[in-house]
Design a protein around this ligand. Structure first.
Ligand code: SAM
Length: 295
């Protein structure tokens, strides 16, 4: 089977199987070999690697992965693509295709079974409608990960690597950067896909930290503070936190924590670094009272 990474071959396969693109599954198939080479290079795939691919489509990226890696498992939700994948991947003995919803798949079990629990590389041209749940799901469910190299909407890539005080900085930047180091590998225009998406795209690699860059007593509290702070972006951090029903914090309690964390009363959440959010969470954690305070 020839490589699928050109418009003619892609159209030929789609017509042959009478395949209709499903917008609801975010189906935009890659047709540019240079972009595929860039994805493989950014992911630094070697013959030792087990790769998990999300959404193989007709198998365009899967062919490249199968050639570069030791083994590939690809999870595809659309059952109409399964017979196509059987044909396009027939020459590759190191690929397993699972017809499943990735959000309902036990990816840690796949890593255990296929890679002895060692960190895996995730590579995908993601369905954009579920980018955040997929990436946060991978991090939060503690799938052993080395890196995630993915095509995402360009604006999402910018948010993932944004720094404090910029317009793109937000809860996604902090969440991604708590778990990983982002690296923007390429910008990709709409004409590299069939059908063309209405937005620009980018390839981003997220290399999982061995240790989180900050230590925090209560991770969940820190992320609740981050969410509350960016839910009310135009308010000061004090007002954002005071108005957040899930936090149940009063003004004095917040101000005492601000003092302990070295923050000023009128600080805005969008200027805080991850380390400052961690310090604030620690200052609000139940056992963080001043020594001797209760006597
Ligand atoms: N990898 C192919 C390529 O680069 O040409 C296709 C990428 S396309 C942007 C996204 C793929 O993800 C589609 O094949 C779509 O059917 C699949 N997909 C969408 N939602 C999914 C889900 N919840 N679980 C698994 N696959 C999904």
């Amino acid at each position: 089977m020839d490589r699928l990474s050109n418009p003619q071959k892609t159209i030929e396969i789609i017509r042959k199987h009478g395949f209709d693109f499903q917008k609801k599954f975010g189906q935009n198939f890659l047709i540019d070999p240079h972009v595929l080479d860039k994805i493989i290079a950014a992911a630094e795939i070697t013959k030792d690697d087990f790769v998990l691919e999300i959404g193989p489509g007709i198998g365009t990226l899967t062919q490249y992965l199968a050639e570069a890696a030791r083994e590939v498992t690809a999870v595809e939700i659309d059952r109409k693509l399964i017979p196509i994948l059987q044909e396009t991947l027939a020459d590759y003995g190191n690929v397993t295709v699972l017809n499943q919803d990735v959000l309902k798949t036990d990816l840690a079990a796949i890593a255990r079974e296929k890679n002895g629990g060692r960190p895996v590389k995730v590579v995908a041209n993601l369905p954009y409608y579920i980018t955040t749940p997929i990436i946060m799901g991978l991090f939060e469910s503690h799938v052993p990960l080395e890196s995630i190299t993915v095509m995402v909407q360009k604006e999402v890539a910018q948010r993932m690597q944004a720094v404090p005080g910029t317009k793109d900085y937000g809860a996604l930047s902090l969440a991604v950067q708590y778990y990983a180091q982002p690296y923007l590998a390429a910008n990709v225009p709409p004409n590299c896909f069939i059908p063309r998406p209405s937005v620009g795209s980018a390839v981003i690699r997220l290399t999982q930290h061995r240790e989180p860059p900050v230590q925090v007593k209560d991770e969940r509290l820190m992320f609740a503070l981050i969410r509350a702070s960016f839910n009310q972006r135009r308010k000061t951090l004090l007002n954002g936190l005071k108005n957040a029903p899930e936090l149940q914090l009063d003004r004095d309690e917040i101000l005492r924590a601000f003092e302990r964390a070295g923050l000023s009363e009128n600080v805005r959440g969008e200027t805080l670094t991850l380390a400052q959010f961690a310090a604030l969470a620690d200052a609000l954690a139940p056992d963080s009272g001043e020594p001797g305070e209760c006597f």
